[in-house]
Ligand binder design. Structure first.
Ligand code: ADP
Ligand code: MG
Length: 353
């Protein structure tokens, strides 16, 4: 019996380490009696400092509903696969928590255990799958409707232009003003539809060798103009002789324009937008960094900015970044964001052959 117990104990010890489980043992006063290394690491605790304290006190800086478990587990409330999000040093963990009471031979409750498993990787994988499902669906709907919207729009626009001309010729300035407003609104719908079409299936895509410096130089006047309107300044730091990439030049322009526009829109008067080029010879990638001195992107928003229709702007479509991501993914690259409270950098990485 003695021997068996030791084996079991050994197994328990090894098992806990191998499967990366966090374990916490509590007594009937809800005080922490023991905690495994994994639990300390994930929860950001020091074993010696946490021992013998009531759990509420261990997590004193968290509101009660965000603490791992509540005192009622001692009354026999059993948790199984209870999902909890945990923040520790800016790092987000997704945990699945189990807990139950421990009883002695007489059936008297002597404490409780909490076991949790870190499933962060699984969860983000799941979210990615859901996201790409959603994207595919939106793409299909977009493809189906965008053309149907654009065709009638074109004829409405044509007739409106005729009307405007007639109104102007007859000196009906009020009416010609109305048609002007209508035409502006139609252009806005047209832009939206164009973004839709890009999101669904970009047509007439022509892949060719592209010099990224040249692409940036060509759109710089547009970006400068945009910056001027917002009272901001653009700096372009070119690198001599960066390798050519294979892409559709017009689509790439759209990507850099979109990201630069977002940066300019995010900054107030006097902000700086810096566009710079880097080559990563090991990964065989060209990186374009677009940095702004805006307010940054809050952590609870950053996960969503690539989702279609996600926008924090009154006039935004929320399609800009999802279109950018699609274009860059299609050529084997990726877009990364880093934003730490102040300022934001979007890095577009594109592989070169
Ligand atoms: N440089 C930036 N600084 C701060 N927030 C940004 C930045 N770029 C993007 N965002 C956020 O991402 C959201 C989505 O951007 P986007 O897809 O281009 O759509 P839109 O510009 O129409 O809102 C924006 O509404 C904004 O909240
Ligand atoms: Mg945008």
């Amino acid at each position: 019996m003695q021997h068996e117990l030791t084996l079991l104990q050994r197994f328990a010890g090894t098992f806990l380490r191998d499967v990366n489980l966090g374990v916490i043992l509590l007594n009937t006063s809800f005080e922490l009696m023991d905690i495994s290394d994994t639990a300390c690491r994930v929860l950001g605790l020091h074993r010696e400092q946490a021992l013998h304290l009531p759990l509420e006190q261990v997590f004193a800086d968290l509101p009660i509903e965000h603490q791992l478990v509540r005192r009622h587990i001692l009354e026999g409330v059993v948790l199984r696969n209870h999902a909890v999000s945990w923040m520790n040093n800016q790092e987000r963990y997704e945990l699945l928590v189990d807990s139950n009471v421990l009883k002695d031979e007489q059936g008297v409750v002597v404490g409780a255990y909490i076991i949790f498993k870190d499933v962060t990787n699984l969860r983000s994988l799941e979210e990615q799958v859901q996201r790409s499902d959603r994207l595919a669906m939106i793409g299909q709907i977009a493809a189906g409707t965008a053309h149907e919207i654009r065709n009638p729009l074109t004829s409405i626009k044509g007739f409106l232009q005729v009307l405007r001309k007639t109104f102007e010729d007859q000196g009906m300035s009020r009416e010609s003003g109305f048609t002007e407003v209508m035409l502006t609104e139609i252009n806005r719908i047209n832009e939206l539809v164009n973004e839709f079409l890009l999101l669904s299936k970009p047509k007439n895509v022509t892949f060719d060798y592209v010099d990224l410096s040249q692409v940036l130089r060509e759109i710089l006047p547009i970006i400068n103009n945009e910056a001027l309107l917002h009272g901001t300044v653009v700096q372009y730091e070119a690198m001599h002789g960066i390798p050519q990439v294979v892409a559709d030049k017009e689509l790439l322009k759209q990507v850099f324009l979109n990201i630069s526009k977002n940066g300019i829109e995010a900054m107030g008067e006097g902000g700086f937008l810096t566009i710079s080029e880097r080559v990563d010879p090991e990964e065989r990638k060209v990186n374009i960094d677009i940095h702004d001195t805006g307010p940054g992107i809050p952590t609870f928003v950053i996960d969503k900015i690539f989702d279609p229709f996600f926008t924090t702007k009154a006039e935004g479509t929320g399609l800009g970044l999802s279109v950018c991501q699609r274009i860059i993914h299609d050529i084997g690259g990726h877009i990364r964001v880093s934003s730490k409270g102040f300022g934001t950098t979007f890095t577009v990485s594109i592989p070169f052959p």
